[in-house]
Design a protein around this ligand. Structure first.
Ligand SMILES: Cc1cc2nc3c(=O)[nH]c(=O)nc-3n(C[C@H](O)[C@H](O)[C@H](O)COP(=O)(O)O)c2cc1C
Length: 191
């Protein structure tokens, strides 16, 4: 069974992380880390607390952001994983990872993913971007991460907010070659 780490940080759009969980659970082996600020945003945007997600996704392992003893903090374990997703990714987490600073488990997992060459996909959400944000994205791209902006497209004819969410999540799954039908590809069904 393929293994993934899913990190949810305190940017707007925690629904992207929750939708990714819905798509991957229970088919895949999942470790989940939700930052303390993400918990605030989870309550604010979706009216949910972490325990709600733990009940909804019982096969996933949830880790405290301060638990550096989690197996996923170690390269020998993370090497067995297909990818680490940070969805959504705040500019704070972006900056910590770009600077090699490990304040929480999410930063550490990202650092380990980069050093072990495990795929790292960061769905950054902020508007507008400062030069610092852009430089951090360049730095992380050079280090091997893939930056997927939380910006849905409109060429697939979205009708609902769900369609927009699914587009971004589908783009993330594309990065790891997971088959999905979250959005219609360009000209799909029109040829
Ligand atoms: C409701 C709410 C929405 C936020 N939205 C964003 C956002 O879209 N992007 C961002 O970079 N930070 C956003 N922030 C600020 C981050 O949560 C803050 O920088 C925090 O330190 C990030 O920590 P984390 O990366 O450990 O979750 C938001 C905060 C709150 C409370």
């Amino acid at each position: 069974m393929k293994k993934f780490v899913l990190c949810i940080t305190g940017a707007s759009g925690v629904i992207y992380g929750v939708r990714t969980l819905e798509v991957l659970h229970p088919e895949f082996d999942l470790d989940v880390v939700i930052s303390s600020t993400a918990k605030v945003v989870l309550k604010e945007e979706l009216g949910l607390v972490q325990e709600d997600l733990e009940k909804r996704f019982p096969r996933a392992r949830f880790w405290n952001e301060k638990d550096f003893t989690a197996p996923i903090a170690s390269g020998s374990t993370l090497k067995l994983y297909e990818a680490v997703f940070v969805i959504p990714c705040s500019t704070g987490t972006l900056g910590c990872v770009a600077g090699g600073v490990n304040i929480n488990l999410i930063h550490r997992v990202c650092e380990v993913a980069l050093k072990e060459r495990v795929k790292l996909v960061m769905v950054v959400r902020e508007a507008p971007y400062s030069l610092i944000h852009l430089e951090n994205m360049v730095k992380l791209t050079k280090a091997g991460a893939v930056i997927v902006p939380a910006s849905p497209a409109f060429y697939h004819g979205p009708k609902t907010v769900d369609d927009l969410i699914n587009f971004v999540v589908g783009k993330v799954l594309d990065q790891v070659g997971l088959d999905h039908s979250l959005f219609k590809r360009w000209k799909e069904g029109r040829l």
